[in-house]
Write a protein that binds this ligand. Structure first.
Ligand code: ADP
Length: 600
């Protein structure tokens, strides 16, 4: 009844787990999906933010250079103020090396622009040919000059025009360019403002590439996880700088840079003392310095960032796969631990059951010999039996039952010794022939009493084995006792012993066979377990405690050997102990002769 309840309970637990585990797995899968999506969004926002900060920092520095040298609210044509402007740049710049040179390109009435370079040491401009890096600039500027003059002629501006961004910033050439205009002084009689040249701040490309950008990027990005590039947004799409050679055609984020920052302009303007040359600037509501913002963005460069895994999506998918693997591993661990737990509970239950059977079996086993000894003793002491022959019979009966009891106690003690680990075997070179013959001699009374026919086939020259003699005798004796117990009506027992080559070594095989009950395939799997008794022998109420074969196995294993069984139900069984022989040179021929058949 209890067993039934237990198995019902394990069925319910097992069923619940079968339903719960896939549910848990599905929930976990979904949850991981959501987490990954969240993570992707977060990473995307992070990388966009990083790009914005790099762009801001770079543009702020650019804005400083612009305001220092080229503030359009001052009269750029006034050459004497450039020393002051240069000093302003040195005071405000994070690193003044950003500016390589400052030029004025003026036309002095002619169509052609002539170039002069500012020499800070001498504090003056000196003529100069157009440098190689700026060689494309004169034609662009001359065209622009023409266009501006035409525009001024058509509709003269009243105040200095706010510089439009595109001509000022040349991403390809890495230069800031601002037109120089002159306005008529009040009462001077001049009619209209005039544009007569450009001020140019040339940036140091080498410094930007080798120092400024790397340190800026290092400040904001983990370059082990992200690759960055900066390309020019002009026609050329020139690569200005890149952290690693990658394909940036599908970046995770892009961010324009190389533009002026209105907030920085306002800050710098606020701190700047008005000079005598200052003219009133026109501050449009939407500053053209914004470099785009809501409308068109004409900043000169573009920053592209890409995750090292290929894209943020790929990186998140990678992490998701890893998380899935870990969580499935945990689930698997959970399932296997539950499985193991259930298995060990079942084992523990089975063991408890076997121990109960053992106690019941031993008590039963004890009862029979004790009853026989008791009644025989009673009859003898009461003088009921007078006949000397019968007295001798009773005496031998008492001895036989006492021996059975002794055997049983020995087995239980040995089993307890094995379980506690105290049972030790002293292995030494042992003559197997001697062990077997002594065992047969000591068993002869029992064999004779049971009327067994013992057939032996024992090689006379068996090699010696390393063994504990008494333990090996007990093991073979156990097999012989079982053959007598379960040998059935046929009453034939065979003992063979021979040396067999097994792989590289020789072994001695001792076989005890009978033509008795045989053992079912199911029982064969368990008979070497302690307390296990075959179903059939329990049903037939054949005495035993289920310890014999487990002790045989234990002894043989301790001798580096093995014990096997071959059996067919109803036809008989054959148990074989195989022990490794001692090396050839130590082998000694046994003095025993082979006995073919002994009728006992
Ligand atoms: P016991 O004999 O006390 O039951 P053992 O450990 O010696 O315990 O044997 C375990 C079981 O193996 C037996 O109960 C029996 O079912 C089976 N068995 C052992 N030897 C034989 C044999 N020669 N023939 C048939 N069954 C056997």
């Amino acid at each position: 009844m209890k067993l039934h309840r237990d198995s019902l309970l394990s069925l319910i637990v097992g069923g619940t787990l079968v339903v719960l585990l896939p549910l848990l797995a599905a929930l976990q899968y979904r949850w991981l999906g959501q987490v990954s999506e969240g993570e992707r969004e977060q990473m995307k926002a992070g990388v966009q933010n990083t790009a914005r900060r790099i762009s801001e920092d770079f543009d702020q520095e650019l804005t400083r250079a612009f305001i220092a040298y080229l503030s359009p609210y001052e009269k750029l044509g006034d050459e004497s103020s450039f020393a002051e402007r240069h000093q302003r740049w040195l005071d405000t710049a994070h690193d003044p090396r950003l500016v390589k040179a400052v030029f004025l390109a003026t036309n002095n009435g002619s169509e052609e622009l002539s170039l002069r370079r500012f020499d800070p040491a001498a504090n003056q401009f000196s003529s100069q040919v157009w440098p190689e890096e700026l060689s494309s600039l004169p034609s662009q500027l001359e065209q622009r000059l023409k266009a501006a003059r035409a525009a001024f002629a058509q509709r003269p501006p009243q105040i200095p025009p706010a510089p439009t961004l595109s001509p000022m910033l040349n991403g390809d050439l890495q230069a800031l360019v601002v037109p120089i205009t002159r306005f008529p002084q009040l009462g001077s009689g001049e009619q209209r403002p005039e544009i007569f040249g450009f001020a140019i701040v040339q940036l140091d490309a080498k410094f930007i590439q080798q120092e400024m950008l790397p340190s800026l990027v290092k400040q904001h990005v983990d370059v082990n996880n992200y690759a960055l590039t900066i390309i020019s947004r002009g026609e050329s799409k020139k690569v200005i700088w890149q952290s690693a050679a990658r394909d940036f055609s599908n970046p995770d984020t892009t961010q324009p840079l190389f533009g002026l920052r209105p907030s920085e302009i306002r800050n710098l303007m606020r701190n700047q003392q008005p000079t005598s040359n200052t003219v009133t600037p026109r501050m449009p509501a939407m500053s053209p310095f914004a470099g785009g913002g809501g409308g068109g963005d004409n900043r000169g460069w573009e920053l592209r960032i890409r995750h090292r895994a290929g894209s943020l999506g790929a990186a998140v998918a990678q992490v998701r796969r890893r998380n899935l693997l870990i969580s499935s591993g945990i689930l698997l661990l959970l399932v296997s631990s539950i499985g193991l737990l259930m298995l060990s509970v079942r084992r523990a239950k089975k063991l408890a059951q076997q121990q109960m059977d053992f106690v019941a079996g031993v008590s039963h086993e004890l009862r029979t010999p004790l009853a026989v000894i008791d009644s025989a003793g009673y009859n003898l002491t009461k003088g009921v039996i007078k006949d000397p022959q019968r007295i001798a019979h009773y005496g031998s009966l008492i001895r036989k039952e006492t021996r059975r009891l002794q055997d049983m106690v020995e087995q239980i003690l040995e089993f307890a010794g094995v379980q506690s680990g105290k049972q030790k075997y002293e292995l030494q070179p042992t003559n197997v022939n001697q062990v077997i013959s002594e065992m047969i001699i000591s068993s002869q009374p029992l064999l004779a009493e049971g009327g067994f026919q013992l057939e032996t086939n024992i090689a006379s020259d068996l090699p010696a084995v390393m063994a504990d003699g008494p333990a090996l005798t007990r093991a073979v004796q156990n097999l012989l006792n079982n053959a007598m117990k379960y040998g059935g009506e046929n009453q034939w027992i065979g003992i063979t012993a021979q040396a067999v080559a097994s792989g590289k070594r020789n072994e001695v095989r001792i076989t005890v066979a009978d033509h008795g009950l045989g053992i079912s395939a199911e029982d064969q799997r368990h008979i070497f377990e302690p307390f296990y008794r075959g179903n059939e022998v329990r049903a037939a109420q054949i005495h035993g405690n289920g310890l014999g074969l487990s002790l045989v196995k234990n002894i043989v294993t301790a001798h580096n050997g093995r014990v096997t069984v071959e059996s067919t139900e109803g036809k008989g069984s054959q148990f074989t102990i195989a022990l490794p022989a001692i090396a050839e040179e130590v082998l000694q021929a046994s003095p025993m002769k082979t006995t073919d058949s002994i009728r006992v």
